[in-house]
Design a protein. Structure first.
Length: 216
C-alpha cells in the first residue's frame, strides 16, 4: 500500500467511527521542501489538493505541474507577509494564514486588483503561544467582523496546536469557535494527529511527512 493509500484508509476508518463521510474531509498533501519528482507519484494516484508554506517556493515548482494538471488545487498553509499578499492571491486557490488586520487589508486590495476571490481561513493561536503566528482567541471576533466588512471570503478557522501535548482539547476548542462564529471550515490536524482532528470535525487536514517522508 502506498503512503497516500494508507492515509486515505485511515481517514475513511476514522470518519466512519465519527459517523462522518470520508469525502467531508479534504486531504491537503503538504509538499513544502519536496521537489516536483516527489509530487508526481501522488498526482498519479489522484491526489489533487496540495499545500505549500511559501509563495516563492510555490512559484518555483507549481506552474509546470498545474499546466500539466489544471485541476490541481493549491493551498497556502504558512505565514504570509502582507507584501506578498498579491502574489499569494494570484498563485493559490485557498489561504489558511489570515491572522491580523494589516494582512486582511492587503488581501482585500489584492483580491480587488486581481479579481480573484480566494477562500480564507483565519489562523487562530489556539494554544496562546507567543512564538507562533495566529490571531489571539480574544481578538478573533473583531478580525472576523473586519473581514465581513471588507467582504472577504472567510470560510473557516485554522490552528496548529502546541507540540508535545494532547491535541484533542485544542481541536475541540477550534471547532467550538468555528461553530460560535457560523464558520463551516476547520483546518486542523497534521501527520501525527489527523485522526484526532477528523474525530473532532476537521474539514481540511494538512499532511506532509506521512505522505512524503522526512522533509527534503
Amino acid at each position: 500500500m502506498t503512503p497516500l493509500a494508507a492515509v486515505r484508509e485511515r481517514i475513511a476508518r476514522t470518519a466512519a467511527i465519527a459517523r462522518r463521510k470520508a469525502g467531508d474531509v479534504t486531504l491537503i498533501a503538504i509538499s513544502k521542501t519536496h521537489p516536483a519528482e516527489a509530487i508526481l507519484p501522488l498526482i498519479g494516484e489522484g491526489q489533487r489538493v496540495f499545500g505549500e508554506n511559501r509563495v516563492q517556493e510555490a512559484d518555483g515548482k507549481w506552474p509546470a505541474l498545474q499546466e500539466a494538471h489544471p485541476d490541481i488545487e493549491l493551498h497556502l498553509v504558512g505565514q504570509l507577509q502582507s507584501n506578498k499578499a498579491e502574489e499569494a492571491v494570484r498563485r493559490f486557490d485557498c489561504i489558511h494564514s489570515l491572522d491580523r488586520s494589516s494582512l486582511l487589508t492587503a488581501l482585500a486590495k489584492a483580491m480587488d486588483k486581481t479579481g480573484r476571490r480566494v477562500p480564507l481561513f483565519v489562523q487562530v493561536n489556539i494554544g496562546d503561544e507567543p512564538q507562533k503566528g495566529g490571531c489571539a482567541i480574544g481578538e478573533l471576533p473583531a478580525l472576523l467582523d473586519e473581514a465581513r466588512t471588507a467582504d472577504l471570503p472567510v470560510i473557516g478557522l485554522m490552528c496548529v496546536p502546541p507540540a508535545g501535548i494532547e491535541a484533542a482539547p485544542f481541536f475541540a476548542l477550534l471547532a467550538k469557535l468555528a461553530d460560535d462564529h457560523g464558520l463551516a471550515g476547520r483546518s486542523m490536524g497534521m501527520s501525527d494527529d489527523f485522526e484526532t482532528a477528523v474525530m473532532l470535525g476537521a474539514t481540511h487536514i494538512r499532511v506532509g511527512s506521512a505522505l512524503f517522508g522526512a522533509r527534503g
